[in-house]
Every structure is written in C-alpha cells, then in structure tokens.
Design a protein around this ligand. Structure first.
Ligand code: GDP
Length: 585
C-alpha cells in the first residue's frame, strides 16, 4: 500500500528521514549517489525529496504540503529588466586522468606552466579567459563543490559543465557522478571527448555509453552537444570555447550591476603575511576595494581585490572570480557574501550568523582531550579518524556526512581534521590515537605513504566522496556487535545410544518435526529441563552419511559435547542453526 506523506516546499534531510521512517544515513547516501551533498540539518527542496523517495524504492508518495511560510530556496540573484549580459561560468568535470587539468591548462595557455615552475603548484580555483574578445569564467574546483553549494545555499554557481571523457577510456564512475550533478542542478552539459589524438580513440563508443546515462547526442536526435578534442595537441579547443559562448548566448545569461555586490565564496585559506584569503565569484553588483562585505560568520573591509592569480582589480562585476583579503576570520566554502554599507552592519550580521552556526574548523586535539578520549567508557564504540580534504568546503561535507553515520552504539570520532596533504603530524597523531586517516582529494607524499606502511597506519585516499563515506560506514559496521540469528531446524527423539565419551555421543533417533541438516546445534531436553547444548557433527541414514534427514525418518547422529553427556532414551533434541551476522547501519 502506498502511504502519502505531506512535505513542505523545503525540508531538512533529518526531518525527511524521520517522516520516511528510514535511517538518516540511508537518505544521505542516496542523496549523495544522486549528486546532492546535503547533511542532516540542510534543507532539500520538494522535487529532490520526491526523486530520492522514488529512488529509495519506498512505498511512499510525497505530496507538496501547505507550509508556504518557509523561505524558498535562494535562486541565483534574479536579473531585472535593466540587467546586462554577463560571462558564462563554466566548470570542467570528469573522471580522474581523463584530462581535466590538461584541458584547463590548454585553455589558459602557457601561463600556468610558468607559475608552477619550481614545483610549487598554486591551486587557483577560478579564473577568467577571453575568447573572441569575450570573457569566460572557469571554475577549477573539484566538481562536486561547484554543485554542493547549490543545495546548501540554493545558489546556482555554474552555468555550463564541460564533461571531459577520455576517448580511450570511456564513461567511468566519476563521469556518471558528474552527469548526475549536472542534470540534478539543471546545468547545461557540453561533452568534450578528449585524447582524440590517441590510437584506439573511439568517439562513437563514448556517445553510445553517454546515451545509456541520459545524454543523447544531437546527431542521434538528442540535445547533448558533443565535441572531440585533444587537450594535448590543442585540436578542437577553440571550437569548444566557441560552443561555450554559443550555449551562453542561448541561455541569455544576465545579471544586475546596480545592486549591492553579492556572490559566493568558493575557496578560502590563510596566507602568511596576508591573513585569510578568499576566492569568490561575484554574481551581481560591482565589488570594489574598501567595501564592507559579510560572508557567513565573518566580514571584511576588502583590502586587496585581485584576480585569483594575483592581478589587482579596481572593481569586479558579475561572473568575475576574485581574490579578497581583509576578512577577520576564514570564511567557508559556499558562504554567500554581500556588500553592506558600514562596518557596524557587517559586524552585526556576521555575529548573528556566527551564533547560529556550528562551525567545523581546523583543529588538532589537545592532550587533555586525548586523555579523555582514551579513558572513555565503552558503552559506545568509536572509530577514531583523522580527516583531511583539499578545501574547507569538501572538509565540511565529509565531516558532516561522517557524523551523520553516528548511532547510539557506534560513532566516528574525528580526532583531527584539516586541509591539505597528509603530514608527519597526522601519522604521529594516528599512532597515539589509533585513528585511521582518510583523505579526500588530497595527496600523501611517498615518504609519508611508506612510513604509514611501516607503522601499520591505515591511510586511505579518495576522489569520490561517497566511496569514502561508504568505506567508513563499513568500518563502523564492523564495530557493531554482531547479530546472532537462530533458525529452528526440527526436533528429534533419542531412540538408541551407542557410544558415549567425554566429548562425544553417538546415538540414533527419530525426526519428529522439520528437516535436519548440518551444520547444526541441538538443545538436549529431558522433559522441560535443558540438559546441555551440543553440536551435531554427523548425520547418517543407515550406514551412509547424509546431508539431510526429514521428519518421520530414523537417523544416526554424532553429538560433540563440552562435557560428558549421559543421554537417556526418550530425550529430545531441539535442533537449530546459529548464525552470526554482521549488522548494517
Ligand atoms: P585529470 O586527472 O582529469 O586532470 O587529467 P590530466 O589532465 O592530469 O591528464 C591525465 C593524463 O592524460 C596526463 O598524463 C595527460 O598528459 C594525458 N592527457 C590529457 N589530455 C590528453 C590528450 O588530449 N591526449 C593525450 N594523448 N594525452 C592526454
């Protein structure tokens, strides 16, 4: 029977799980599989809730409820009639090694190679190029982040996704993940079949695979734009950029400029001598140095306004990626920033946001906390973890999703979390706390990896968030006390006793009910009294060993006992099977 449940226009993940009567972790995992990174307290919209409920295969129908007083999700600032054309914001996504970095490099030209000389890779999370005299903004954040913010903040950051698929490899898990993100977010997809210069490149095979994942190419009657190119030779890259501008024109992308500047923080880190530095994308209005901006729980008087690769800007309009210094504390990925008229207002808004927010920040554990941790009583089994991620946004996503796995019986305990590669410090902390190290989109230098192997430290690195979550979940499940399941097989009455030793009885009997088979245990009963529990080690029909004996049949059997069992004729055996099953979260 299908149950109908009323749901508001937006509902928190936790509340939805409660109404669906399923564990919240199951809901979060399903959301992730569909490309929605949402944590327990985040809101998802009705459509998402409905799709996920269907995907879960529950006999539940969601009905849009009447609660219209809840704020609807924030759309990208709506453009008014006065709005002007803005550049498209493009994200490049695809499976690892399919050529995303190479393509972005090819698009940016040689400037990157020069910057990365000396082995220091300055990760630049967004930049703008010009093509045919028109700007295009590229986001170089891990794909899921560009979309995570859509759900967290209702803001649409990206207009177009370039989906890179290597012609010699084909559609792979992260390709599918990217397709889900883009489709869920309603973003235009341009497929770039890369590595076309390679032998064995087969674009038709890729198009076929894409069609199996809801992307039907134009030439086959669909509406997905597909181009072939080589990031290595540069062949096809200009045509790709032409196509980006064409799609942008069709989409008629506009934004207002005569409004207070607002946008989203897409990356934030601390630089020695400069303090917190945020990379942000302006969505509307014009941002200028000296303005006050609030971003989440912090604010800034914009000190330096620069392109993300460090060129000073006098002002920045819609779709411009900028680097901002002057923040009091580190803003978070996905924070919306908005220009306000005074410092007083900026501080007040940031303080209100701070008191509402429970922030997960970088921290190493103190020795006092460590002691507490070690001495904790064990009613709750905990899995100690050290979590590292590439940027604050993904770190928060990972930590929130991991915390959502907690139950009354098992829980993750994050002894340390932080941004960046796995370090010596992480290994040391792992040695003292026994924590397993999980990294998302970060590297571990080979010396660290070798040391981890030497010290038997568990170190796991991931590029796909739900694979990390699934693995931690499996670890947590190992901590759950296993479930013991007993299945009754049948009953038997002892009709003959042939040999009794300290640890064994060979006897015969008649099966009165059920069907006996091995392996099996037996409760030996005399009247109502339980004499002993024994193990059935052998079943015979006449002289032959058999696998099964049915009700009504006579059989011979061997019982293995813990101590001598003086069986009597007429004793009854309740035969059952005991299985120890791993429980699941
Ligand atoms: P990402 O993991 O998606 O960023 O992939 P990379 O850009 O790092 O590329 C992975 C590997 O594929 C590198 O060794 C590149 O040199 C190579 N590669 C990328 N694009 C092409 C291409 O068009 N042709 C060929 N032959 N190799 C390519």
């Amino acid at each position: 029977m299908v149950t109908t449940i009323e749901v508001e226009d937006t509902i928190t993940v936790g509340a939805l799980a409660e109404r669906l009567m399923i564990p919240v972790t199951r809901l979060i995992t399903e959301l992730m599989k569909n490309g929605v990174m949402a944590t327990v307290n985040e809101r998802i919209d009705f459509d998402t809730a409905q799709i996920i409920t269907q995907e879960l295969g529950l006999d539940v129908e969601l009905k849009a409820g009447a609660d219209k007083t809840l704020p609807l999700r924030r759309e990208k600032p709506k453009a008014s009639a006065k709005a002007t054309i803005r550049p498209p914001v493009v994200a490049v996504m695809g499976h690892v090694d399919h050529g995303k970095t190479s393509l972005l490099d090819a698009i940016r030209g040689s400037s990157v190679a020069a910057k990365e000389a000396g082995g220091i890779t300055q990760h630049i999370s967004a930049y703008q190029i010009e093509h045919n005299g028109r700007p295009i903004t590229f986001l170089d954040t891990p794909g899921h982040e560009a979309f995570a913010s859509i759900r967290e903040h209702g803001a649409q950051l990206t207009d177009i996704v370039i989906l890179v698929v290597a012609a010699d490899d084909g559609v792979k898990p992260q390709t599918i993940e990217a397709i889900r993100y883009a489709i869920n977010a309603g973003v235009k997809i341009i497929v770039a079949i890369n590595k076309i210069d390679k032998e064995g490149a087969d674009p038709n095979r890729i198009k076929q695979q894409l069609s199996e994942h809801n992307l039907l190419v134009e030439e086959w009657g669909g509406d997905t734009v597909v181009l072939t190119l080589s990031a290595k030779t540069g062949q096809g890259v200009n045509e790709l950029l032409d196509m980006v501008l064409l799609v942008a024109d069709v989409e008629d992308l506009k934004a207002d400029v005569d409004v207070p500047a607002r946008g989203l923080v897409i990356e934030a880190h601390v630089e020695v001598g400069r303090g917190p530095v945020a990379t942000a994308l302006v969505e509307s209005g014009i941002l200028k140095p000296g303005q006050f901006v609030v971003a989440g729980a912090t604010y800034a008087k914009v000190r330096n306004l620069e392109t993300p690769d460090g060129k000073p800007l006098k002002q920045a309009g819609p779709s411009t990626p900028v680097s901002i210094t002057g923040f009091k504390t580190l803003p978070e990925f996905g924070d919306e920033f908005i220009a306000v008229s005074s410092e007083r207002l900026a501080r007040a808004q940031a303080e209100t946001a701070a008191s509402e927010r429970h922030t997960t920040s970088n921290r190493e554990i103190t020795s006092g906390e460590l002691l507490k941790l070690i001495n904790r009583s064990h009613e709750l089994s905990e899995l100690n973890l050290i979590v590292k991620a590439d940027v604050q946004g993904s770190l928060t996503s990972v930590i929130d999703s991991l915390s959502a796995l907690n139950t009354e019986e098992v829980a993750v305990r994050i002894v340390s979390s932080g941004i960046g590669a796995i370090t010596d410090n992480n290994l040391r902390l792992s040695m003292t706390t026994g924590a397993k190290i999980y990294g998302f989109n970060v590297i571990a230098p080979s010396t660290i990896r070798q040391q981890a192997v030497r010290d038997r430290i568990e170190l796991h690195l991931y590029n796909v968030i739900y694979e990390l979550i699934d693995d931690v979940k499996a670890e947590l499940e190992k901590l759950l006390l296993p479930q013991v399941v007993e299945t009754d097989l049948g009953n038997l009455i002892i009709r003959g006793i042939f040999n009794t030793t300290k640890a064994n009885v060979i006897c015969g009997g008649e099966v009165t009910t059920g069907k006996l088979s091995l392996p099996a245990l037996a409760r030996v009963k005399r009247g109502k009294e339980l004499i002993m529990e024994a193990e059935l080690t052998n079943l015979k029909r006449g002289p032959t060993d058999v696998k099964e004996i049915n009700a009504g049949e006579m059989c011979g059997l061997s019982l293995k006992t813990a101590s001598r069992l003086d069986l009597e004729l007429g004793d009854r055996l309740e035969v059952f099977r005991r299985e120890v099953k791993q429980r699941h979260l």
